[in-house]
Write a protein that binds this ligand. Structure first.
Ligand SMILES: Nc1ncnc2c1ncn2[C@@H]1O[C@H](COP(=O)(O)OP(=O)(O)OP(=O)(O)O)[C@@H](O)[C@H]1O
Ligand SMILES: [Mg+2]
Length: 388
């Protein structure tokens, strides 16, 4: 029996939704009380979530009123490939994040408003950022822009200042935390080709030949890294730290796939399904990794990092305790988290649509060079862009 059929047999009350069945969505939204009087779901359009079913629903009133919302259903499998399991508690984590972030207005302002939630059916109803697109386009070229980078940095600064030391006992680390650990600290170092079902959203790590097809020399560089004792020990140590961390609320997947650009150019943040309590340095490191993978201009990366550290643009100073800075950010830790994310994306199963063909010839060794920088970041806590 398929994973889905088994689940449906066990949970007859949960209706598995899809965007091509607007009638079913209408019935379910009505049943949970999310439709107004004389209101009906008229159309649903998939927004293309990889792991969850995410759709824009259009609602119409008999009297002519009209609105849209985003409906997200997170079931214990990967939407893109239902044979792959996902943690059964991921809905809980995403819901808990939205509840917690509501207490930090400067961060909540950049996220969709949670309009309603239904635990029994794994559903969230979110404010729709109409006309927005996610920023995966950055991997294919184009600049995020300094203003947007700064806004994303300020989001993390606000999240850290607004939640530090206020861990919510209800919000225990769950399956998504362990999945993140597996994706970052274990899966990229398993035997190439191994993985399959065990690795959630990432596929199996490509073998040496496949990596060489992506970029000549990358296969050998990956093999060398996998058998590099000092590197593997540093990864394991960072992984142990990751599992035990819990100083403030973190988003958990702070990268372009979860950043949206609105038609007016402003940025927004979605998808805190990996969210929970951890190191603020984790989100900063993840974003820095993706900005480097997307070959963003140095000024963009610097704007992001300065804002995330609460640095005053006027005097360039990091804030002290009085300005809400608290203990300074640990640069070596940011470097380490950035390093493991870069490694995951370059040699692991979490490959990104980086457009090699668009690179000028001189940049042919981009991935090998970045992999070397990632090794240094993990082993020595140094990453060039963090040094100035
Ligand atoms: N509130 C929103 N308003 C507009 N678009 C949204 C909204 N939430 C999500 N989207 C769009 O839907 C896409 C998928 O959403 P989301 O990231 O929450 O899904 P997911 O399946 O959990 O993620 P992933 O694809 O990263 O596994 C986003 O990349 C974005 O383009
Ligand atoms: Mg997402």
């Amino acid at each position: 029996m398929s994973r889905r059929a088994e689940f449906e047999a066990e949970h007859p009350e949960v209706h598995v939704l899809s965007a091509d069945q607007a009638g079913r969505v209408d019935l379910v939204m009505g049943a949970v009380g999310w439709l107004g009087d004389e209101e009906q779901v008229t159309t649903c359009a998939s927004l293309g979530g990889e792991s969850s079913t995410v759709m824009r629903v259009e609602l119409q009133e008999l009297r002519g009123g009209w609105r849209t919302a985003v409906l997200k259903q997170s079931l214990p499998w990967l939407r893109r490939d239902e044979s792959v399991a996902m943690p059964g508690d991921r809905w809980r984590g995403e819901h808990a994040f939205y509840s917690a972030v509501a207490r930090v207005p400067e961060a909540a302002a950049l996220m969709p408003r949670l309009m309603a939630a239904n635990k029994a059916r794994f559903l969230l109803l979110l404010e729709d950022f109409r006309g927005a697109s996610n920023l995966v386009s950055l991997y294919l070229g184009g600049s995020l822009g300094e203003g947007a980078a700064e806004a994303l940095g300020l989001f993390l600064w606000a999240l850290r200042c607004g939640t530090r030391g206020e861990r919510d006992a209800e919000f225990a680390p769950g399956g998504m935390n362990r999945l993140s650990h597996r994706l970052l600290f274990e899966a990229p170092f398993g035997s190439p080709g191994e993985g399959g079902n065990g690795f959630g959203p990432d596929g199996p790590a490509p073998d040496e030949g496949a990596l060489d097809d992506i970029e000549p020399g990358l296969g050998a560089a990956a093999s060398a890294l996998r058998s590099d004792g000092a590197f593997r020990e540093a990864v394991a140590e960072l992984g142990r730290r990751f599992l035990g961390a819990g100083d403030c609320l973190v988003h958990g997947a702070f990268h372009p796939g979860n950043w949206l650009r609105l038609p007016n150019g402003d940025v927004r943040v979605v998808d805190p399904q990996y969210g929970g309590w951890g190191d603020a340095e984790f989100d900063i490191g993840t974003a820095a990794a993706h900005l480097l993978l997307a070959r963003q201009p140095g000024e963009v990366v610097k704007s992001f990092l300065a804002a995330a550290a609460g640095v005053d643009v006027e005097d360039g100073e990091e804030p002290g305790e009085a300005e809400g800075g608290g203990p300074g950010l640990d640069r070596a830790l940011i470097a380490g988290y950035a390093g493991v994310e870069i490694v995951r994306r370059l040699i692991g199963g979490g490959q990104l649509p980086l457009e090699a063909a668009q690179l000028p010839k001189a940049e042919g060794g981009f991935r090998c060079d970045l992999l070397e920088a990632a090794r240094t970041a993990v082993v020595s806590g140094r990453l060039e862009v963090l040094e100035t």
